[in-house]
Design a protein around this ligand. Structure first.
Ligand code: HEM
Length: 143
């Protein structure tokens, strides 16, 4: 191999390695949160916090925790880039008729932060989760 083609070969090789490294270094939010098990633990904790939160717990008076928790895990799993297929209603449909207000939305967001804190989810991922919820606010509130 002459020096120029060797140089090109090394260049291409390192390019392919580095692009592989970029993919491996760029895991989804779902992966960074720790996958389905971690998400399930966070949702269980969130449920416990919501159930004890007098600002919003009346909203869930008729909710079956297991069924709802499962839907929420699937929803968050899919929305954070995970492999799940959420089969429930879209957010607008699910919350239409509830007339949820900003304070209730913020209460749920606050409880979510507490649940993430309990599992020491780093600030970056925590902000991504909160931004994700925030991006759905318009579909959930005042419907
Ligand atoms: C971005 C924020 C929110 C997300 C991602 C979210 C997600 C969900 C999901 C996935 C469902 C299940 C829908 C289905 O089973 O088809 C649901 C239902 C529901 N959500 Fe939300 N929600 C949000 C905000 C809120 C807030 C702020 C409240 C009230 C404080 C609330 C109260 C409810 C209730 C009462 C149900 C019905 C539960 C049942 O089946 O009994 N949600 N939500």
């Amino acid at each position: 191999m002459n020096p120029i083609s060797r140089f090109t070969a090394i260049g291409l090789l390192s390019l392919s390695f580095s692009s592989g490294a970029i993919a491996a270094d760029n895991p989804s939010l779902y992966q960074r949160l720790g996958g389905k098990e971690a998400l399930t633990a966070v949702v269980n904790e969130l449920w416990a916090l919501v159930a004890a939160d007098s600002r919003i717990n009346a909203r869930f008076a008729h909710t079956k925790p297991e069924a709802f928790g499962g839907q929420l895990v699937d929803f968050l799993c899919q929305a954070s880039g995970g492999p799940c297929k959420y089969q429930g209603k879209d957010m607008k449909t699910a919350h239409t008729g509830m007339k949820l207000n900003d304070a209730e939305f913020n209460a749920l967001a606050e409880d979510t932060v507490k649940a993430l804190d309990k599992f020491k989810v780093p600030t970056g991922e925590k902000n991504e989760v909160i931004n994700l919820l925030g991006s759905l606010k318009d579909e959930v509130v005042n419907r």
